[in-house]
Design a protein around this ligand. Sequence first.
Ligand SMILES: NC(=O)c1ccc[n+]([C@@H]2O[C@H](COP(=O)([O-])OP(=O)(O)OC[C@H]3O[C@@H](n4cnc5c(N)ncnc54)[C@H](O)[C@@H]3O)[C@@H](O)[C@H]2O)c1
Length: 123
Amino acid sequence: MDDFFGLEGKAAIVVGGGLGIGESTSLYLARAGCDVAVVDIDAERAERVADKVRALGRKATAIVGDALDPAQAAWIIDKARADLGRLDKLVTIIGIAAFEPTLHMTQSPLRLLPCAAIRASSH
Ligand SMILES: NC(=O)c1ccc[n+]([C@@H]2O[C@H](COP(=O)([O-])OP(=O)(O)OC[C@H]3O[C@@H](n4cnc5c(N)ncnc54)[C@H](O)[C@@H]3O)[C@@H](O)[C@H]2O)c1
């Protein structure tokens, strides 16, 4: 892959990187030349995707933690930077899916929907 996005040699952290959109993003970043810190609450998922990143020839670290917990988020960022030697990019794909009509929602999911993504990217 050419360096169209200027990602060659950069280091990225992907929050929720162990599955789905986060896994695909982690592997795209690796193909584009990034080292990747794969963050997930599920250890097996994080390790599996980190192995795939290494198989693409990039450095990877699997970090297990809950990015929505402020105390853990600070530690996660510090560990990613320490393990990869630098940190340039943050991608977070975690969010909340509420499967009910909007007018029937309680306050709780409505309050969390915008906050989850913002909090995860603001540490
Ligand atoms: N897949 C789709 O087609 C689609 C479409 C629209 C919106 N979305 C939204 O995008 C987001 C990602 O979708 P997906 O299909 O990739 O989800 P997914 O469930 O396949 O993957 C999410 C990953 O994030 C991890 N994760 C969840 N909370 C975390 C936390 N607090 N800290 C660290 N890791 C955490 C999970 O363990 C999981 O591995 C979801 O919010 C979803 O509602 C998905």
